[in-house]
Design a protein around this ligand. Structure first.
Ligand SMILES: [Zn+2]
Length: 300
């Protein structure tokens, strides 16, 4: 079966090419997926904006209203890293709706991926670190609210710690948050997940995969998870502008294979989101994000 992919052209909010946030990676990722023959018209799904009621399951109502009305206080915009104008507001609503849709598709088909998402620094009361809404937290709470899932696992392998997801979900007994990240990477003040593994600079492929493979059975033996959300941030890559963990392309592929094969062998649905990745060479960056879809397609 073809891999279920969720996308929207407005995931790209059209930033200047020299912006610190490489916004053009979203259309370039779709190009990369088409070039690899991974996009089947029947399995390509268009994201819809997440309604305010979904967003307010994870976020403070006044912050949700501020984003929708483009009236986010400047202090919070500075923490996010860009102003929240109409296109940024729309993309935040679309990326979140996209992760909810990908989660529902994963529960139906076993696996599905959003070509955006993984905005894990967005906390309950505000955005931060290039993240406006926390799509994974919203999607988890939507599934729980409508009874589609009772036990949810978040596997966050972006190089940055999942502080926003922890802020929203770590005290919710229905969701287990796991973050494995670079100890010296942003955020300086981390918010404790249910399980955090902090890795030293320059960890590299072998030690990374060995550590990950040792943890996954512990996670899957805790409960019968109804779905896992997998944040496959590629900022663990050696050439990433922000990351410090020194993984290679092969290491990224081995990481995605390790996670996806582990949970799919157990019959647990996997919802993949792309997470962070930073480079001025955006086509190469998009190719790094495409690895998640290449691996996921093998399990579709
Ligand atoms: Zn990151």
């Amino acid at each position: 079966m073809p891999l279920q992919i969720v996308h929207h052209p407005d995931y790209d909010a059209g930033f200047a090419v020299n912006h610190r946030f490489p916004m053009s990676k979203y259309p370039l990722l779709m190009e990369a997926l088409r070039a690899r023959g991974l996009v089947e018209p029947d399995a390509l799904n268009t994201a819809e904006p997440a309604p305010a009621a979904w967003l307010k399951l994870a976020h403070a109502a006044d912050y949700v209203d501020q984003v929708i009305n483009c009236s986010v206080p400047e202090k919070i915009e500075r923490e996010i890293g860009f102003p929240v104008g109409p296109r940024v507001s729309l993309r935040a609503q679309l990326a979140t709706g996209g992760t909810v849709l990908a989660a529902r598709l994963a529960m139906r088909h076993g696996i599905a991926c959003n070509t955006a998402g993984g905005s894990h620094h967005a906390r309950r009361a505000q955005g931060a670190g290039f993240c406006t809404f926390n799509d994974v937290a919203v999607a988890a709470l939507v599934l729980l609210a409508n009874g589609a899932a009772q036990n949810i696992l978040v596997v966050d392998l972006d190089v940055h710690q999942g502080d926003g997801t922890a802020d929203i979900l770590a005290d919710d007994p229905r969701v287990f948050t796991f973050s494995m990240h670079g100890d010296r990477n942003y955020p300086v003040r981390k918010i404790a997940s249910d399980l955090d593994v902090a890795l030293p600079d320059g960890t590299g492929d072998a030690a990374y995969i060995e550590g990950l493979a040792a943890i996954l059975p512990e996670l899957s033996s805790q409960k019968r998870w109804d779905i896992i959300f997998y944040n496959a941030g590629v900022d663990v890559h050696a050439e990433d502008r922000l990351g410090r963990l020194s993984l290679s392309d092969d290491g990224l592929r081995a990481r995605d294979e390790t996670v996806i094969s582990h949970f799919r062998r157990l019959g647990i649905p996997v919802c993949g989101v792309i997470g962070g990745g930073y480079s001025t060479d955006v086509p190469t960056l998009a190719a790094r994000h495409a690895i998640l879809f290449e691996v996921a397609a093998g399990y579709a």
